[in-house]
Ligand binder design. Sequence first.
Ligand code: HEC
Ligand code: HEC
Length: 510
Amino acid sequence: MNRPRERRAGRAVAVAAPWFCLTALAGICLTALAAGCQNGATDAATRTASWPADCRSLARPDSLGMDGAREAHRRAARRHELRLREAAAPGSFLRGVRGAIEPERMASGGVCLADIADWGELVFEHEYGFADGLGGGDGASSPRGPFRRVHEGLFGGPETISCASCHWVGGPHGAGAETDNAILIGDGDRVGSGDARNPQALLGLGVVQALAREMTSELQRRRAELTSGGAGAEVRLVTKGVDFGVLRLAADGTVDTSGVRGIDADLVVKPFGWKGNFAEIADFAADALQVHLGVQSERLGVASEDEIGAAAFTALVAHLALLELPIVAPLVQKHDLGPAATGLIAPTTSSFAEDFARGRQIFHEIGCAGCHVPMMVLEEPNLTLDGLPEIDLATSMREPALRSDEALGGYPVWLFSDLKRHDMGEGNAARHPQRGVPRRDYMTPRLWGVADSAPYLHDGRAPSFDYAIGGHDGEAAAARAAFTELSREAQGSLRVYLMSLRRESRLIVP
Ligand code: HEC
Ligand code: HEC
């Protein structure tokens, strides 16, 4: 249930609980973990721990083949079974995870990452009930129900019962419809009092966190260089080709951050959320559990109010971190395209591949690529998540995954963002600053997968690419104007290019 929040330093240590085998209900056996558990894992232990040697990979069977179909069906059957278990004994799923999985064993490398991600997926899909802590205080007994459409300050709603209920457009972990908008920082009642936010697609999050971390380290190094210089010294804050302004050393030896742009004065790149206000997936997940479901995690408050449990929370974060990357896939076809279905008229375009190439060029020419930077190189594919050994994303994320490119000296990430905030003008201004981010500032959204995440913009008010581009103002006003001046054909090519930034097809059984 919701409670006022206060961040606490350090992690709670959960108590060892009886072992429990979920095999019968969920196809996951945890009894093997029972041996040799220890309490009191420390962050130091996490840093030195490594993963077990004989783990299965996270890769799923060929997503469109027969094995992929069987796997999709198996997952649907598992979901159904779990729901029946919950019907028979509400709260049994989360209790089961809490009882069966020791956070200490996860932290010391005693559990395979593929299993942890699998549990995390169930935590993401789980439909939370009162037995799980759903709701805001007296929600369970209130005749008006537990939900509140408009958030009350940072306390939140809750508005719904599962993560998947808002993140579904374009596939699992996708974006949300306009009707799934969260109304943040309101008065708990009037829609007009809060700020509408459209759910983003949750793709490649671990890769994004790793990229942001590399950028942060470089900016911190620049700051260190500055403080070793004399008064009046200045450094340019450029990392991965993105310019965050200048840092100067004032006469009295203090660091002058007035020339810093698109990032907080702490020089930490915070890629998550429309406003770019969280650096780590875990913080976003803890916040999402709290504000959307009214479920507490220990990352937010005191251990006695940890409703989800450390193991389930860590698994959820790992699952999110390992989600697949979108793809850049133009529709390459033979020249004479037939009608899409019997009785329809054949398209006049002879090849979308040409439109794609032209669209890519226009994307650069009219300045879109200035903010939506198509590609950044990740140097080290390592990701550190609290409560787990270090993860090598190059070998253990879901497909489509990172691929190294020697010529580039790392792993190209086609994200279409500079991970920097921009002033988008008064037309986009929020009602309230959000966690210190000014009303008009927004993080450049990653355009990867944009074909599958309509509607667009922070409040989901844009039903199409044209409308979304038309909504660009402030620093992006020139790019909007340039788009308006394009010929109709050129606009079509740019749309085809954006339509090629999509997710890989896969079979889904609802
Ligand atoms: C009521 C709808 C709703 C529900 C339910 C919901 N989300 Fe979200 N999610 C959003 C919205 C809206 C945003 C954008 C919020 C913002 O920018 O402030 C978002 C953003 C995110 C992000 C950041 C994505 C990025 O790329 O920056 C993460 C991570 C996330 N959600 C995880 C979760 C998890 C985990 C759950 C379940 C515990 C969840 N969400 C449940 C609406 C929802
Ligand atoms: C000054 C930086 C900047 C430039 C230049 C820019 N954008 Fe954006 N773009 C943003 C920001 C920031 C947002 C989010 C704004 C909002 O939601 O209010 C955005 C949002 C979008 C969206 C919606 C994404 C989503 O997931 O909802 C699309 C599509 C888009 N931009 C395409 C373009 C195209 C095409 C161009 C070139 C004509 C362009 N942008 C130029 C910064 C920029």
